[in-house]
Design a protein around this ligand. Structure first.
Ligand code: GDG
Length: 489
């Protein structure tokens, strides 16, 4: 039987009992924004919060995150709000950062140094002392905010991602009875890549304050162990996949993350989504009997969006017979727009779309639709349901949840997933058409293959992937982490 929210709830009750369960992340699962003079509650487009929110709903614990929404302070009561807004099951504690802190810690060290350092996407990391200082300050601030809630209780602390590499060590000193897990949602590079970081030892030291350190793939665990071996006076134990450092053992484990398959699948099957699909087809003037491809990502250079557009250009050049019926819809939600690299990407994508539409389009038809805004989950699901294929072309990705969401939305099993070999998801979803995004011509051929694939073969492949994602859902991911944590109690 597949794990569900209910089985996870029971597991948490059995294994963690009444001990507090606290999640820490940079991004909050729900943010409040002023829009047209009103306060709206938004679910940010972030793989981390999308995955952890259902787990939190099952655990009924406390989530501590940066309060980044423009109306967050206005709706917060003593620093806390209940979440989710429509069916509250847990508490969210918001931590306020100054603009300067956010600039140095989030846009600076986290996203201009660690993000490019950990993704092999050929972008040079930017290392600046002031960014590093802000990163340390904010990690320290979060440590204090967590400690205020936990003190010396027997709590389980579950820290998320590369924004908080220093937090495990800081919390070990402040919450002596807590068991600490840290999950690194992005790849861990090999030691050759990591060694250029000026604060590599501090980062490793911080992470090794955890009892458990999780990655999506065993490959990332091995890279981490090799890095420790190279950089610290520590003892990596490859058989046990653990590191002994300053007398403390950190277990290094792979926990491939996933999605709430049933929730997405059920929502995608609803009549509301079918109706919305018709509305969208009219709104975006899709041709009759459209052959629709979809891409949905944060606008991030690791997602390979310009590469994807080049492949579509190559496809239309090689296969002009598909003109007039083929449309590719790219949803690109703006992300990290304070970082110059991201602004450049947004311009590049816009220009490429205009060029390709000019080159191949005509008065009645344009092959590309680009929407650079945050779309509702329903809109994404309606597009997925209409799509003949989804194109996930990351140059490097921890897991990539969009690929799994597309699979969950294929309730009639009639779509094809094209998936980059450089995503964690490609290790699991072997029935996808695996692509190398660095070769536009190869991807163009895979697009043709996807469109021309025999419908029986399409159903067979998608059916297998659906069974797989249903089984390996986010509750199983959280369950494996919690089982490991509770063994240490
Ligand atoms: C990091 C790692 C790892 C996207 N656009 C919209 C929207 N989204 C949602 C998607 C999906 C999520 O955002 C993106 O998740 P990914 O996993 O694809 O990517 P990252 O945000 O880079 O996540 C990644 C993940 O953490 C989890 O560990 O897999 O490797 O980089 O859920 O659907 N959602 C809405 N509107 C949009 O326009 N509502």
């Amino acid at each position: 039987m597949a794990e569900s929210r209910e089985t996870l709830r029971q597991l948490i009750r059995r294994r963690l009992g009444r001990h507090p369960f606290v999640v820490v992340s940079n991004r909050e699962p729900y943010s409040h924004e002023y829009r047209n003079g009103k306060v709206e509650c938004i679910r940010p487009a972030s793989g981390v919060t999308v995955a952890v929110d259902p787990v939190m709903q099952a655990s009924r614990g406390l989530w501590i995150a940066h309060g980044s929404g423009s109306a967050d302070q206005a709706v917060t009561d003593g620093g806390f709000v209940s979440a989710p807004p429509d069916r509250p099951t847990y508490r969210l504690k918001r931590v306020w950062l100054t603009k300067k802190q956010e600039e140095g810690y989030y846009y600076g060290f986290a996203n201009s140094a660690l993000w490019p350092l950990c993704h092999v996407a050929y972008r040079r990391p930017v290392f600046r002392d002031d960014h590093w200082r802000a990163y340390r300050t904010v990690n320290l601030l979060f440590a204090e905010k967590v400690a205020e809630e936990v003190r010396d209780q027997d709590a389980f602390l579950f820290i998320q991602d590369y924004h908080f590499a220093l937090l495990p060590r800081l919390l070990r000193a402040r919450c002596p009875n807590a068991i600490i897990a840290h999950f690194w949602h992005i790849p861990w590079p090999n030691p050759e890549v990591f060694r250029i970081c000026p604060w590599k030892q501090e980062i490793l030291d911080g992470l090794l304050g955890s009892d458990i350190l999780g990655f999506h793939l065993r490959y990332h665990c091995m890279n981490f162990m090799d890095t420790v071996d190279r950089e610290l006076e520590a003892r990596p134990d490859r058989e046990m996949t653990a590191v002994v450092y300053q007398g403390h053992t950190t277990k290094i484990r792979a926990f491939p993350i996933s999605i709430d398959f049933e929730a997405i699948s059920q929502r995608a099957a609803s009549p509301e989504i079918r109706k919305l699909a018709q509305t969208l087809a009219r709104k975006y003037r899709f041709p009759e009997k459209v052959i629709l491809g979809v891409g949905a990502d944060r606008l991030d250079y690791t997602k390979g969006i310009p590469e994807r557009l080049d492949a579509i250009d190559a496809f239309l050049t090689r296969h002009p017979a598909y003109r007039d019926r083929f449309v590719f819809f790219q949803a690109g939600v703006p992300s990290r727009t304070q970082v110059e690299e991201y602004r450049r990407l947004s311009d590049e994508v816009e220009q490429k779309v205009a060029q390709i539409n000019w080159k191949h389009g005509n008065a009645r038809w344009q092959p590309l639709v680009l929407v650079q805004e945050h779309l509702s989950l329903n809109t994404l699901l309606a597009l997925y349901r209409m799509a003949r294929f989804a194109l996930v072309s990351s140059l490097h990705d921890g897991m990539n949840l969009v690929a799994k969401e597309f699979v969950a939305s294929q309730v009639d099993s009639n779509g094809v997933l094209l998936l980059s070999q450089f995503t964690g998801a490609s290790r699991e979803l072997r029935d996808a058409l695996i692509i190398n995004p660095y070769s536009a011509d190869q991807v163009a051929e895979k697009i043709r293959q996807a469109i021309e694939m025999d419908p029986i073969e399409v159903r067979r492949r998608m059916g297998r992937m659906r069974r797989q994602v249903r089984e390996q859902n986010v509750y199983r991911w959280a369950g494996s982490v919690i089982k490991k944590l509770s063994k240490l109690a």
